[in-house]
Ligand binder design. Structure first.
Ligand code: TXA
Ligand code: MG
Length: 350
């Protein structure tokens, strides 16, 4: 049985937190909110609990998890050879949507890192998450609280849909604020490398680090880390992402929708407010992600909109890209993964 308990976002009830922490210390599984998405927590130093975590998610053991911490003292306990840049980033952006990949200390179980010599660490900016980690007194391993390969959860209801009966407890503090996962930065390479763009924009990192490398998912190539399978965050429907901007993008969106309709598809569209007039007369299911100028809003609505649209039963979802500035990079990455790499450029001839 999976219990769902409501907690106040700003002032979580200490008794509820203590109970959840006790479940974690006993090797159980507790889903909890972070500022990015809901995580599925387990004691990050307990291999038995970690094995349960992978089992509940249906996640392959080759996919390493992030350890969530509550204070900077945990950093040298879990990681070694910590470069000055790591301390600078941690002081500047933690708690927040940033995950640092560093060489691991021996205390970190191989199950957490999928046998890699590195560990991923993050301090989440959410009062419930921080209270829970503090009460548990151990680093908390927490992948997104969805079945492996599904769309990440931004509400407790999403967690329940994927994991009911497979985990002990869900702490419900309402929808998450950012809506896409943390930015994962590998600091063990000669040049800091964004392995997964996320809630902390590249520009914010570069303001401190200078130029960083980005693993570019819109360009074919080998994945830089295990677990970075191209198909992820996926809806049931087939999905295609259209990259481009302005008038061209809208023209092509309309053109493609008409073509798929003619081929007999039930078409769903993930679009911006500004695209609506271009497709309003078409018999398609539409999910509006917000204004193209409001990337925070688009990121927050992305996963719930993908779930809602998918539930309306289209065979094919046509999604539009939001560029690479700010959260645009993370939005593009998630769209391309959900589409399993099916990308079209607006400028290409049909
Ligand atoms: O926002 C988030 O990061 C959420 C919340 C719950 O904190 N967590 C999350 O975890 O997204 P997960 O497991 O869904 O994604 C973890 C990512 C994966 O892309 C994984 O490959 C990468 O972090 N990762 C973990 N450890 C790594 C390592 N040692 N080296 C390289 N990548 C690593
Ligand atoms: Mg995930």
């Amino acid at each position: 049985m999976t219990e769902v308990v409501s907690v106040d976002l700003q002032h979580p009830d200490p008794e509820i937190i203590a109970r959840a922490a006790e479940i974690l210390r006993q090797g159980g599984l507790v889903a909890f909110p972070t500022e990015t998405v809901y995580g599925l927590g387990a004691d990050g130093l307990n291999p038995v609990a970690l094995a349960r975590l992978f089992e509940a998610k249906g996640r392959p053991a080759t996919d390493p998890v992030i350890l969530h911490i509550v204070d900077l003292e945990a950093l040298p306990q879990l990681a070694r050879e910590i470069p000055p840049a790591a301390w600078t980033l941690a002081r500047r952006f933690w708690p927040g949507p940033l995950t640092l990949v560093l060489p691991k200390q021996p205390i970190v179980p191989d199950l957490a890192t999928a046998g890699l010599p590195t560990v991923a660490l993050r301090m989440p900016a959410h009062p419930v998450a921080l209270a829970l980690i503090r009460a548990a007194g151990v680093p908390i391993a927490a992948p997104s609280a969805n079945r492996f390969g599904h769309t990440s959860p931004t509400t407790a209801q999403h967690v329940l849909e994927d994991l009911a009966g497979r985990i002990d407890l869900i702490l419900d503090a309402g929808p998450t604020a950012i809506g896409v996962e943390s930015t994962v930065v590998d600091l063990t390479r000669p040049v800091p490398t964004i392995l997964r763009p996320g809630g902390l924009p590249r520009e914010a990192l570069e303001a401190i680090l200078g130029p960083v490398a980005v693993f570019d998912r819109s360009v074919a190539g080998p994945a830089p880390a295990p677990g970075m399978l191209p198909k992820h965050y996926a809806p049931r429907a087939e999905m295609v992402v259209l990259i481009g901007s302005g008038g061209w993008l809208r023209l092509r969106l309309r053109e493609l929708a008409i073509r798929y309709l003619q081929e007999g598809y039930r078409v769903g569209m993930l679009i911006a407010e500004e695209d609506q007039p271009a497709v309003a007369d078409l018999p398609v299911e539409i999910a509006v992600l917000g204004s193209e100028g409001d990337l925070e809003g688009v990121a927050r609505r992305l996963y719930p909109a993908m779930r809602d649209l998918d539930a309306r039963g289209p065979d094919l979802i046509l999604a539009r890209d939001f560029g690479t500035r700010g959260l645009g990079l993370a939005i593009r990455d998630r769209l391309i993964r959900a589409a399993g790499g099916r990308v079209m450029k607006a400028e290409d001839s049909p």
